[in-house]
Design a binder for this molecule. Structure first.
Ligand SMILES: Cc1cc2nc3c(=O)[nH]c(=O)nc-3n(C[C@H](O)[C@H](O)[C@H](O)COP(=O)(O)O)c2cc1C
Length: 361
């Protein structure tokens, strides 16, 4: 009997490992291109889906009319499955849900705060599957009871709005105890070996954002892309809060003039509050307002000094602009090579029957 091609065997093993995620998404690869406001519009979303993964439209900056146009535009560029990310705090959430339903969008990802059972029900009644972010195992279980069809755990290595817990810890907490629905892992994933490790821990699939910002098809401004290419992991840091009385929502972004000014600005506002010139509420609002429109300024206008350069720690692994399909191919190759190397090592004669030091003690 001819020996089995090791690469093909490793790929088959990978396909088995992420089969639940593939079936859930309806894709070849159980990889979601995480929705990124201003970045994840029709071109990037379609390119990711055409590459065999699952693109997700970011509707954070859109009203119902814009979302309607974006879904149509995406459908014109791909006949593969893609989803829509809705922000639970959006003032027109129900209308956005209805737009998704009118277009028979198969998957809605609910982000930005815990979704209400009513929102989950509204989406499911109209036939779509709901993916919810869970920042802890207890919340994941609650969301499953409320009807979530899949859970996304996202660690603090991620770009954009983050929680306090790392991906590796969340994965260890959630993956062993949530099995009723598929669980996807996001945050800090830049290579196929990492994808493989989360799949082996029980993940159904993964979500990557930062790695796709410099896709050729991404509309991000060339200066935004260059900032990613130049950056190292340590440059992507969470926003700094200088006074616990005035909470700052943690956002991971590349340091620039804006992030430096933000600290001085908070100090100024707090000083005015201390002098009685502003109420606590007014001061809080001024601080929150600092970043209004800042992501658009960076992504679309290319103002990389004053805009918000949201990026995850995996930014250090972004080294050039390349097509989304090539990024996906590389990720799969890395996972397959890692599997192949392992089976190769264990198949080596010197490993067979070897004594493992300490194993007998
Ligand atoms: C520029 C940028 C914008 C983002 N915007 C959103 C968003 O609008 N909604 C959302 O759910 N997640 C958002 N994210 C998070 C991504 O969807 C994804 O979960 C995250 O990037 C995964 O971690 P990674 O950056 O380490 O790959 C954003 C991330 C980045 C880098």
């Amino acid at each position: 009997m001819p020996a089995e091609d090791p690469t093909r065997a490793a790929r088959a093993r990978l396909d088995r490992l992420w089969s639940r995620g593939r079936a859930f998404l309806g894709t070849d690869l159980a990889v979601l291109g995480g929705a990124m406001t201003w970045v994840s519009e029709r071109h990037l979303v379609a390119a990711i889906s055409n590459g065999g993964a699952f693109g997700v439209i970011a509707s954070g900056s859109m009203g119902p009319e814009q979302l309607d146009a974006e879904i149509r535009g995406t459908r014109a560029l791909t006949d593969r499955p893609f989803g829509v990310n809705l922000i639970t705090l959006h003032s027109r959430l129900d209308e956005l849900i209805d737009v998704c339903a009118d277009h028979r969008v198969g998957h809605v990802v609910l982000a930005g705060g815990l979704p209400s059972s009513a929102s989950i029900r509204r989406i499911k009644e109209r036939g779509a599957k709901v993916v919810c972010f869970a920042p802890a195992a207890s919340i994941a279980r609650k969301l499953v009871k409320s009807g979530a069809d899949a859970i996304m755990i996202e660690g603090m290595e991620a770009g954009g709005h983050i929680g306090p817990v790392s991906t590796s810890v969340l994965a260890q907490e959630v993956l062993p105890v949530v099995s009723d629905v598929p669980v996807f892992v996001a945050g800090g994933i830049g290579r196929g070996e990492a994808i493989l490790s989360y799949l082996e821990m029980g993940a159904a699939g993964v979500q990557l954002g930062t790695r796709f910002v410099c896709a050729t098809e991404s509309v991000a401004h060339p200066r935004y892309k260059q900032a990613f290419i130049n950056a190292a992991a340590r440059d992507a840091v969470p926003s700094v809060q200088i006074d616990p009385r005035f909470p700052v929502i943690p956002v991971r972004a590349l340091t620039n003039e804006g992030t430096r000014r933000f600290q001085a600005f908070q100090a100024e506002v707090i000083e005015r509050f201390n002098r009685g010139e502003l109420s606590q509420k007014e001061a809080q609002l001024e601080i929150e307002h600092f970043w209004a429109g800042a992501l658009r300024r960076a992504v679309i206008e290319g103002d990389v000094e004053n805009g918000s350069l949201m990026a995850g720690q995996s930014v250090g692994m972004v080294t050039r602009e390349q097509p989304a399909s090539e990024i996906l191919r590389e990720l799969v190759e890395q996972a397959v090579r890692a599997l192949e190397a392992r089976s190769g090592a264990f198949g080596k004669p010197e490993w067979r029957g070897a004594t493992i030091p300490g194993a007998a003690e």
